[in-house]
Design a binder for this molecule. Structure first.
Ligand code: GDP
Ligand code: MG
Length: 171
C-alpha cells in the first residue's frame, strides 16, 4: 500500500479574502498585515499526515492577483485534485463570488475534485456578514467541506488542509 500521495490544490476566491495569507500561514507559519497581491508564487508545497498513516503533500497553487479581473484561466485548475474556495466572513459579496467559483468548478474542473469552502478572517467575527449557518448549509447542499478559519490568528488553518487530505480517496 502506498503511504505517500501528492496532490495539486488550487486556491480560488475574490481578491483580498486571504488566499495568499492562508497559504503563507499553512506553509511557512507566517502572517503579513499587508500582503502583496502579486506575491502568489507558481506554487508552494506542504505536507499533512492523515489519520490512516498516509502523508499527503499538497502542491498549492495561488494566484498572482488575476482573480481581480475575473480572468483565471481554466488552465489554473486543470488537473487539480482539490480546490479551496475562500471568502471573507466579514464581506457578503465575497460569499456570493465564492458560490460562483464553486459553480464554475462544478462545470469545468475534473469531476472528482474535492472542494472545500473556507470562510476566512474569523477574527473579524464582530463584523460578520455571512453566518456560519448559511455557509454550512450551502456547503452541505453542494457536498463541499466547510471550515471557518483565520490566517491572522492561525485558527483552523491547518484543519482546512487536513480535512481535504482526509477526504481524498487513496487508492
Ligand atoms: P488574497 O488577495 O485573497 O490573496 O488576499 P491576501 O492574502 O493578500 O489578504 C488580503 C488582506 O487581508 C491582507 O491585508 C491580509 O493581511 C488580510 N488578511 C488575510 N487573512 C486575514 C485574516 O484571517 N484576518 C484578518 N483580519 N485579515 C486577514
Ligand atoms: Mg493573493
Amino acid at each position: 500500500n502506498r503511504s505517500f500521495f501528492q496532490y495539486k490544490l488550487v486556491l480560488l476566491g475574490d481578491s483580498s479574502v486571504g488566499k495568499s495569507s492562508l497559504a503563507l500561514r499553512f506553509v511557512r507559519g507566517q502572517f503579513q498585515e499587508f500582503q502583496e497581491s502579486t506575491i502568489g508564487a507558481a506554487f508552494m508545497t506542504q505536507s499533512v499526515q492523515c489519520s490512516d498513516g498516509t502523508t499527503v503533500k499538497f502542491e498549492i497553487w495561488d494566484t498572482a492577483g488575476q482573480e481581480r479581473y475575473h480572468s483565471l484561466a481554466p488552465m489554473y485548475y486543470r488537473g487539480a485534485h482539490c480546490a479551496v474556495v475562500v471568502y471573507d466572513i466579514s464581506d457578503a459579496s465575497t460569499f456570493t463570488r465564492a458560490k460562483s467559483w464553486v459553480r464554475e468548478l462544478q462545470r469545468q474542473a475534473p469531476p472528482n475534485i474535492i472542494i472545500a469552502l473556507a470562510g476566512n478572517k474569523l477574527d473579524l467575527s464582530h463584523s460578520r456578514q455571512v453566518s456560519e449557518e448559511e455557509a454550512s448549509a450551502y456547503a452541505a447542499e453542494n457536498k463541499l467541506l466547510f471550515v471557518e478559519a483565520s490566517a491572522k490568528t492561525d485558527a483552523n488553518v491547518k484543519l482546512i488542509f487536513t480535512r481535504v487530505a482526509e477526504a481524498i480517496p487513496k487508492s
